[in-house]
Design a protein around this ligand. Structure first.
Ligand SMILES: Nc1ncnc2c1ncn2[C@@H]1O[C@H](COP(=O)(O)OP(=O)(O)OP(=O)(O)O)[C@@H](O)[C@H]1O
Ligand SMILES: O=P(O)(O)OC[C@H]1O[C@H](OP(=O)(O)OP(=O)(O)O)[C@H](O)[C@@H]1O
Ligand SMILES: [Mg+2]
Length: 282
């Protein structure tokens, strides 16, 4: 049976379980359950703290894990990233009080930097040749400067709201651009079972990035319209009862869909419908 780690709480837990459920896997009903056995798919899921997942996978106890790229890198575990899942996006950045002017990474020399990701920070400082004291905190890192234990911080930035709330500004290049990922141990086995789970998740990731567009198009405008919706191989076309019209169906990128619908309407397409795709294999 394939053994897969899933975040049990925090930002990634909900979307990770929803994506697995969408891919056809059984997920827990009780928030406190630590394991779920999906006999039909021969997978056992383990619900673990996001920070611990790469350690379990790297140790060889578990075959795959869903976690954040930043957490995985910080663990230092011998794991490889197999698939980016398109949610849980964040950057990991240095930040310092806004009223202290613009900082550079070089100015961290000799300073105290608070973080929950000490390895990520130490590795980055080493790249710059900067020596600083890295202070490991479990969370709520943004408050540490105010409380006098650090001069600067390095932390996850999502919307940037928490930094602003604490009068901090980010500086330097992002240390890491993160999102939720699937990781596996280097040199691990169970290749076929792992590939199947990854292909199913990939199908959901693709499905979330695309929508299906359907529209009716006058035959003489078909060339213009299908250039806007080339589909993956080519668009599907079906005759309508009225011979002057054709029904067209094609997948388009979700983010481009509204603009494409505007342009289709402008060239004379009618009944332009956009629908969600739940899962796919491309
Ligand atoms: N706005 C955000 N805030 C926090 N984490 C985010 C955000 N956006 C994405 N993430 C990602 O979520 C993961 C961290 O998850 P989370 O903060 O829930 O775990 P944790 O800090 O280990 O747990 P906890 O906060 O419960 O102690 C990281 O990969 C991080 O990049
Ligand atoms: O840029 P924002 O959208 O404001 O999000 C970033 C904040 O969210 C995370 O905290 P989390 O909720 O995980 O709490 P923690 O600090 O206790 O880990 C992260 O550590 C930042 O503090
Ligand atoms: Mg957190």
């Amino acid at each position: 049976m394939l053994r897969v780690a899933v975040p049990n709480k925090g930002t990634l837990a909900g979307p990770a379980s929803e994506m697995l459920a969408e891919a056809g896997y059984r997920q827990r009903h009780e928030q406190r359950d630590l394991t779920v056995i999906d006999n039909a798919n021969e997978v056992e899921f383990f619900f673990l703290r996001p920070k611990d997942i790469a350690i379990y996978v790297g140790s060889g106890e578990l075959d795959l894990g869903l976690t954040g790229r930043d957490l995985s890198l910080d663990s230092g575990a011998p794991v490889d990233e197999r698939l980016a899942l398109g949610f849980g996006g964040s950057t990991f950045r240095y930040a310092a009080p806004a009223d202290a002017g613009e900082w550079t990474v070089a100015e961290l020399q000799g300073k105290r930097i608070a973080t929950s990701y000490p390895r990520l920070v130490s590795d980055d400082l080493a790249r710059y040749g900067v020596t600083a004291e890295v202070i490991r905190l479990d969370g709520a890192v943004e408050i540490s400067i105010q409380l006098g234990v650090a001069d600067a911080i390095a932390d996850v930035v999502g919307s940037g709201r928490t930094l602003r709330q604490h009068g901090l500004v980010a500086f330097g290049d992002p240390i890491c651009k993160s999102e939720a990922v699937v990781i596996e141990r280097r040199d691990s086995d169970q290749v076929q079972a792992k590939n199947q789970l990854i292909a199913r998740l990939q199908g959901v990731v693709f499905a979330q990035q695309y929508v299906m567009l359907d529209y009716n198009c006058p035959k003489d405008l078909l060339d213009d319209a299908t250039k806007m919706t080339p589909g993956l191989e080519s668009p599907t076309m079906a005759p309508l009862a009225d011979e002057r019209w054709v029904a067209v169906r094609a997948m388009v990128s979700r983010k481009d869909a509204p603009a494409i619908m505007d342009r289709l309407a402008a060239v004379g397409a009618k009944a332009i419908l956009s629908s969600d795709i739940r899962a796919c294999r491309l």
